[in-house]
Design a protein around this ligand. Structure first.
Ligand SMILES: [Zn+2]
Ligand SMILES: [Zn+2]
Length: 301
């Protein structure tokens, strides 16, 4: 898995930060997570190939998380896309987009499929051969959820130099699944433990967009390799965080600590902060392996 952060600002675009959007790539598939205004420009800057984009996940209907969506859909259409595109998001998103398409008399060359997400439940909303995506219920002013991307267990790796030449492809598949190959007498012909080695552990990435502090997500995101958590404010604006249903940097770090996360990326910063040093110090005091999410940077998970 690897992640490109496209936007780390909250509320309005600014000269230094874009609204929320990220691209996660997994086995050659691209997932777009949120799509704030300006996402298309960020996609161009990062030379992201949209032909590989099949699924978009929108956390909630505040504009800083989806105002770029109609523009992106429209551009994909102008680029003669024919591949279907699936958008996961809360109730209302389909209506909004269809209305925009209707009144601009835009007829799409591709199938746009909407999957309404129940933001109050932690359920698997998408899966393919390699990955499952589940919703993370968040606590915000309007229905909102995060997304947990979890790799499925991987097949064992073959040790090429030890592999007998006469082995067949179907036997290889069994070995990679951790099964021995037996001969006619029922004796072990090929031992998977000798001919293969364990694959790397499946990775997990948790995206928590806008949320007030809420420990109920800890269990869902537990042990993730990377957590992106909003840190709109610093602790001195704790009251403002509470009334707007956002988190402070220290609160994001506390969630990371409780959930035993390997690495925390904080983002969704209020435009009042030009310098992010203090916000990072605040997080590190609670959870050492915290980093400021940096736009246009790739994070290996
Ligand atoms: Zn937001
Ligand atoms: Zn919001």
């Amino acid at each position: 898995l690897n992640l490109i952060v496209l936007g780390t600002g909250s509320a309005t675009p600014s000269l230094s930060r874009n609204p929320s959007a990220q691209i996660l790539s997994a086995n050659n598939d691209l997932f777009l997570i949120d799509c704030g205004e300006g996402t298309q420009i960020q996609i161009l800057k990062n030379k992201i190939k949209l032909s590989k984009l099949k699924n978009i996940f929108i956390s909630h209907l505040h504009g800083d998380h989806y105002f770029g969506l109609i523009g992106l859909i429209s551009s994909l259409n102008l680029a003669q896309r024919t591949e279907p595109l699936t958008i996961f998001g809360p109730k209302g998103l389909e209506q909004i987009i269809q209305l925009q398409l209707k009144y601009s008399q835009t007829w799409l060359h591709f199938k746009l499929d909407f999957q309404e997400v129940n933001t109050e439940k932690n359920i698997v909303i998408y899966e393919n051969e390699f990955i499952t995506v589940s919703s993370i219920p968040l606590t915000h002013r309007i229905p909102c959820c995060g997304f947990l991307f979890a790799e499925k267990p991987k097949l064992r790796n073959i040790i090429a130099e030890l592999m007998p030449k006469e082995i067949t492809n179907s036997e290889l598949v069994f070995l990679k699944k951790g099964q021995n190959i037996l001969d006619r007498e029922g004796e072990i012909k090929y031992n998977y433990l000798q001919l293969t080695k364990e694959a790397s552990a499946p990775k997990k990435y948790a995206y928590c967009s806008d949320t007030a502090y809420n420990e109920s997500i800890v269990e869902i995101i537990a042990n993730a390799d990377l957590l992106y958590h909003e840190a709109t404010f610093r602790e001195d604006l704790l009251e403002r965080a509470k009334t707007t249903f956002h988190s402070t940097s220290a609160q994001a770090a506390k969630i990371a600590k409780l959930a035993n996360i390997k690495k925390l990326l904080i983002g969704h910063f209020s435009s009042r902060y030009n310098d992010l040093d203090e916000i990072l110090i605040e997080a590190k005091e609670v959870f050492q392996n915290s980093e400021i999410a940096i736009e246009n940077q790739t994070y290996e998970i």
